[in-house]
Design a protein around this ligand. Sequence first.
Ligand code: SAH
Length: 459
Amino acid sequence: MSKQHVPIKKNDEIDVIFEDLTHDGKGVAKVDGYPLFVENALPGEKAKIRVTKLNKGYGFGQMIELDEKSEFRITPACPIFAECGGCQLQHISYEGQLKAKEKQVRDVLERIGKLENVIVHPVLGMENPWHYRNKAQVPIGEREGGLVGGFYKQRSHEIVDMEACLIQQEENDDVLQKVKAICGDLGIRAYNEKTHKGTLRHIMVRSGKVTGEMMVVLITRTPDIPNRKKLVERIVNEVPGLKSVVQNVNTKRTNVIFGKQTNVLWGEEFIYDYIGDVKFAISARSFYQVNPEQTKVLYDKALEYAGLGGEETVIDAYCGIGTISLFLAQRAKKVYGVEIVPEAIEDARRNAELNDITNVEFEVGEAEKVIPRWYEQGVKADVLVVDPPRKGCDETLLQTITDMKPEKVVYVSCNPATLARDLRVLEDGGYETVQVQPVDMFPQSVHVEAVALLQRETI
Ligand code: SAH
């Protein structure tokens, strides 16, 4: 196919067979090699579609009629699946989701990383792929005088009320409904984006999966909350076992949820949870993995790949609140963690202390600046772990890794495309990708995490 040749026209109605799924869950069909992306279409399915948009190298279509269904197609369990957009794969059975994610990782490693025959294991999924999230966070609005909380209708700022979310821990949903009702009862007005008036912007509920501890966070426009005393009293009385009620004040006209000021209204500043044996303190603003059960699966794999015997020096780049560092510290001589967000490093240090882990050192800064400096100062890692954000590792960091030559690199990734790109650089720099283990941290969604083990080639 020549680059300019587009074999179809807008509004054409054509019969296609879908071959693949994009990373954002659309079906891919090809017409003379020209790819068309269609929502709600699965590999193997035959359908009549209407062409809706044509770009140079690819186009979009809309399903008119599904002629042959995939064996993995199911009816979405959630009644608001299509409207909400929070999950993208509920129309695929869980088995089908795991297969699709495995294929996605393998394909991208081949296509972008030019890595042939890398071992990609079947995705480690959840036994029950529902009700896994430990944090619920909803915007609050008003309808006919009452409060509603849920999600923004797609491409709008209208809030759709939601009573339950199937990937949310059920207790979180219950508490959210209760708090919403209490606020409504007491006449607390929802924040109005247009007029910048009203009080309550968001409600957040966090809970510890293992400990069962719960925190309610009220995000308000003003430091004052009408009826505050009564409100807190009722929340505490009506939510048994609550540990903490916190207010966060966001005075700005902004889509950003949190403001600068956080006040404890009742109870503790922190709730606690465990991943494996490691205890974590979680404040209203702390980053904490939303699916701790699968986080353990992922980090256990990282630990296994690190293959520590107790005498190693380890670097954990992009360490966040130190989850991986603290995991590894139990089996290493010394762990160095670096992270760009100062509050996360404060949490990491607090968590080290909480667990009496003394062989870790955390520093605030950019991994690509701090690690080269450590290297100059004589720190040489035996194992280097990276867990970068979606954009992957900085080039300077990859260069430092190939200079420092740690025996092993363990790459934890939330984006297979940048993982593939970075593995290619490390391969060219003297490493071999031994194996890759995808882990399903977010069932029903398109996200896929993977951990890769790289070994320094011995020549
Ligand atoms: N392993 C961590 C999570 C890693 S998520 C945990 O369990 O908590 C990626 C982290 O990289 C985020 O915390 C983000 O703040 C941090 N980050 C982003 N860019 C960075 C950079 N250039 N240098 C160091 N950290 C960075």
